[in-house]
Design a protein around this ligand. Structure first.
Ligand code: KG4
Ligand code: ZN
Length: 388
């Protein structure tokens, strides 16, 4: 049977994106970035984002269809992000999806942006999207996901641990109680005039920085939950920068050291909570925390089965140090737990799939289409605070 082809749209924040997918296979994925527009503000300016989406979305859709070499007659449905995101930005994508649905008589699938980041590691390259020299078999036939898996979504707007019991059945284990991890990197980067978004530059600088120069706080280590908090790290960095400026010690090398300290502190917290989750899910050994807490974790309903895979998505998932830190933890957990199989980390196949993009929206929509979950055109509304 032919797999349905979906045209996907994402305008949740500052990227206008459109993609064509066939199940989890990505035939094209066009992202028109607005970074240059928002750079001077050190963050996203919603009204400018809306205007830029209006200008960039049509060309993005046309290019996505041309690259995938599909016509409207071959498209089975249109997928669009309905939230979470910036209300004025979401509005543009939703209006375009409705317009195209009416013009071409296609069904609409409403997609949650965080679910899309969570499932982004499942995407694989379609044949028409292969770079030269790549192994087409390895890239176009993804391994079937194992359940339950743990999806870690770390981006500029979100930092969440999500237990994926099945595709479409999620249980949020923890999330940031203040800033998202990427937001923390961006805000400190803004104080240092690193441009927007600062995350990629923080990664580059951190490689040249020394780990032992500053003692950033290791927040949330005393709490028996899986929530995260990065505002303490941000405040520490802000005060440190002010002090270094006063003392005229803000040199190039200090900025490298600061980037290293900041990145290590942010990632250490994610790793710490991830380890707690793995230990908690290991009921057999019952190391951490108490059974009472486990009951709270599963809302007293779903029995917690050992996690089979770890998925990492979101803009910050592009960071190689974060991936390495997670892999090191999985190795340590494998050695300590005495399990026969080491947990594997799945990451998106390209950096483009880590940041905001429409291919991941299409991947979620593919599963929804298979379940017959279509939205009524008249009832689709933007949902800026939509949760998973
Ligand atoms: O997923 P995304 O494009 O947008 C949201 O949904 O938020 O994530 C953007 C975030 C920004 O905070 C950016 O600084 C961060 O991802 N980011 C990185 C890296 N690349 C992007 N952070 C650390 N290291 C990177 N290489
Ligand atoms: Zn995002």
């Amino acid at each position: 049977m032919r797999t349905a082809k979906i045209l996907a749209i994402d305008t949740s924040c500052d990227d206008s994106s459109s993609a064509v997918v066939e199940g989890v296979r990505v035939l094209s994925n066009i992202v028109a970035s607005q970074n240059q527009i928002h750079k001077k503000y050190g963050g996203v300016f919603p009204t400018l984002a809306k205007q830029a989406h209006k200008e960039n979305l049509d060309p993005a859709i046309q290019t996505a269809m041309a690259q995938a070499r599909v016509t409207w007659s071959e498209i089975d449905a249109i997928a669009v992000t309905i939230g979470p995101g910036l209300a004025p930005a979401l509005e543009v994508g939703i209006a375009k999806a409705k317009e195209l649905s009416l013009a071409h008589d296609k069904k609409i699938i409403a997609v949650n942006h965080v679910e899309a980041h969570a499932l982004s590691p499942l995407a694989c390259r379609g044949e028409r999207n292969l770079s030269k020299g790549e192994d087409s078999v390895a890239n176009t036939h993804a391994k079937q996901p194992q359940f339950p898996s743990l999806a870690i979504v770390i981006s500029g707007g979100h930092s969440e641990f999500i237990l994926v019991e099945q595709i479409g059945q999620y249980h949020k284990l923890g999330q940031t109680i203040d800033d998202a991890a990427g937001e923390c990197l961006d805000k400190v980067g803004r104080i240092l005039n690193l441009g927007y978004p600062a995350g990629p530059l923080v990664e580059t600088f951190a490689k040249k920085g020394r780990a032992d120069q500053f003692s950033f706080p290791r927040a949330m280590t005393g709490q028996a939950n899986f929530d995260l908090s990065f505002s303490g790290v941000k405040t520490f960095a802000r005060n440190l920068i002010a002090q270094l400026e006063t003392e005229k010690k803000l040199t190039r090398q200090t900025i490298y050291d600061l980037s290293r300290g900041l990145q290590d502190a942010v990632f250490a917290q994610i790793i710490y909570k991830l380890e707690r989750i793995l230990l908690s899910s290991d009921l057999q050994n019952g190391v951490y925390p108490s059974r009472d807490f486990l009951r709270h974790l599963a809302d007293g309903q779903a029995p917690l089965t050992p996690i089979k895979e770890i998925w990492l998505g979101g803009g910050v998932a592009a960071n190689i140090s974060l991936r390495q830190a997670i892999r090191r933890l999985l190795h340590k957990y494998y050695l300590q737990s005495g399990k026969k199989i080491k947990l594997q980390l799945r990451v998106p196949y390209s950096k483009k799939l880590c940041g905001d993009n429409a291919a991941m929206i299409g991947v979620v929509a593919g599963y929804k289409l298979a379940r017959g979950e279509f939205a009524k055109v008249g009832e689709i509304e933007r949902e800026p605070s939509l949760g998973i």
